[in-house]
Unconditional design. Structure first.
Length: 311
């Protein structure tokens, strides 16, 4: 084990530990909320699916690469490699869909309270649960060809067309069928990214206009604090920014593993660190927003006055 692999292994291990701690804490919060009978809004259901997908992404992508850096090369056989890469591709797709759905639903939630938007919100609320569940099935079918491109690390047949992760190998090909398959994946991902970008910009614009309209009724004491509208905008912008950066590097990894035949292991590890950055950081952003929402709820109960909800 050389010093570079050891250092990268420690770095990835630290990132995985922090990510699993954050996502597990968030899942534990929702489990406790369900058992205590706390009312959860549809947005919470989306976050539950997002958090579970993030956990699978960290486990299936980060742990094998970390073990490889610590000197464990052949801990997975051919079936294990196919399964773990397949799980990662599914969880990555669900994470993208959940972020898109969360952004769109929040945009509908804070839109002006007219009849048209209220009807749309009511319809969207009913389809949140089935939509989240269906997304797992869709990405399970969409990535059905992934296991055929993955094999164990000691696969010898046609080795020149394969690149090694250190724990598994990936078939690198640039033929027409591969290009069409990549186009299909990029199209679905691009559609989600486009909807997420449009809804995010729209929501920030709505929040900005709302803040400007109600600014004159805020007291000096309120002006010294971060308003719920500002907090919601900050949470959204932070999550979207982190996701876009993480997803961009994730796409680079996919392209390299498809067309590159000589990518160095340390380069894959650096891209992997950036790739799972969103699953690692996002739970802490969401937890901070949950704490803020809880403080607003307690303040509301003590004063018995309605306050604007954070969405």
């Amino acid at each position: 084990m050389n010093p570079e692999n050891l250092a990268m292994g420690i770095l990835l291990f630290s990132q995985i530990t922090m990510g699993m701690l954050g996502n597990s804490s968030l899942l534990f919060y929702y489990v406790i909320s369900i058992f205590t009978g706390k009312h959860l809004v549809p947005k919470d259901l989306i976050i539950e699916h997002l958090t579970f997908a993030n956990c699978l992404s960290i486990i299936s992508r980060g742990i094998p690469q970390t073990m490889s850096h610590f000197g464990f090369k052949y801990f997975l056989d051919d079936i294990g490699c196919k399964l773990i890469v397949y799980i990662y591709r599914i969880s990555r797709g669900v994470s993208l869909y959940a972020m898109c759905l969360l952004s769109c639903f929040q945009c509908i939630t804070i839109s002006p309270r007219n009849i048209r938007w209220m009807k749309l919100k009511h319809r969207a609320t009913k389809f949140i649960g089935p939509s989240c569940s269906l997304s797992w099935l869709v990405h399970l079918l969409l990535n059905i060809a992934t296991p055929a491109r993955v094999s164990g690390p000691i696969y010898n047949k046609n080795a020149t067309s394969r690149m090694s992760y250190g724990y598994c190998s990936w078939f690198a090909s640039g033929n027409v069928s591969t290009a069409l398959y990549m186009f299909l994946l990029c199209f679905t991902d691009g559609l989600c990214l486009g909807l997420m970008a449009c809804s995010s910009v729209s929501m920030v614009n709505i929040l900005f206009r709302h803040k400007r309209q109600v600014k004159h009724i805020h007291s000096a004491e309120h002006l010294l604090k971060i308003s719920p509208e500002d907090r919601a905008a900050q949470t959204l912008i932070t999550l979207v920014f982190i996701f876009v950066i993480s997803y961009s590097f994730s796409s680079i990894v996919v392209i390299f593993t498809t067309y590159s035949k000589g990518l160095m292991l340390w380069a894959i590890s650096i891209l992997l660190f950036l790739e799972i950055f969103f699953p690692t950081v996002s739970p802490f952003v969401l937890i901070s927003n949950i704490k803020f929402s809880s403080s607003i709820f307690l303040l509301c109960c003590s004063k018995r006055k309605p306050l604007p909800s954070v969405t």
